[in-house]
Design a protein around this ligand. Sequence first.
Ligand code: NAP
Length: 169
Amino acid sequence: MKTAVITGASSGLGVEFVKAVIEKRRDIGKIIVIARRAERLWELKKIYGDIIYPLPLDLTVDGAFQQLSETLKEQECQVTLLINNAGFGKLGNFDSISEHDNALMVRLNCEAVNRVTGVCLPFMQGGEIINTCSIASFAPNIRMATYCSTKAYVMSLSRALREELKPRK
Ligand SMILES: NC(=O)c1ccc[n+]([C@@H]2O[C@H](COP(=O)([O-])OP(=O)(O)OC[C@H]3O[C@@H](n4cnc5c(N)ncnc54)[C@H](OP(=O)(O)O)[C@@H]3O)[C@@H](O)[C@H]2O)c1
């Protein structure tokens, strides 16, 4: 079945992406919504019905990617749209943010985008990938050193993949 995968679907832009896919992409029969807050994902299912497949995952935890891969296999998904949207930014001077939180930003904003894409690609035969970047992608900024750097990574990865994946449409 033609499937969309949307990370960070429990709030903010992610919820808007879900709405937009439902309104505009009639070809898509399943939307796998990913975030940690399961109750919000199930709320989406209540609103939009069986098209929503809640997959509560913490994308900073190793096992998450295996779980996504198994779900795509079990559900016989043909991923036609991947939206890597989950991300967060902590504001402050680099050394005022804990080592843990700086690393967590890198894990979610960079590593998870990289790994979710890697997991989904074998299930894609053409389609679209949308990676939520930021104006921060273009400009390193004080008090946002790690966040801006992670978003520069997302932009760079996206541009390279755009070229690399062209032959696969
Ligand atoms: N808001 C802005 O001004 C702005 C500007 C430029 C770019 N962005 C980018 O836009 C994207 C969406 O942000 P938003 O503004 O809509 O913020 P948001 O409302 O806080 O949404 C962030 C989403 O990411 C999910 N998430 C956070 N940590 C996660 C984890 N460990 N595992 C899985 N999911 C996780 C959250 O769900 P759970 O908490 O349920 O896990 C939530 O659904 C982010 O990539 C952000 O960097 C935002």
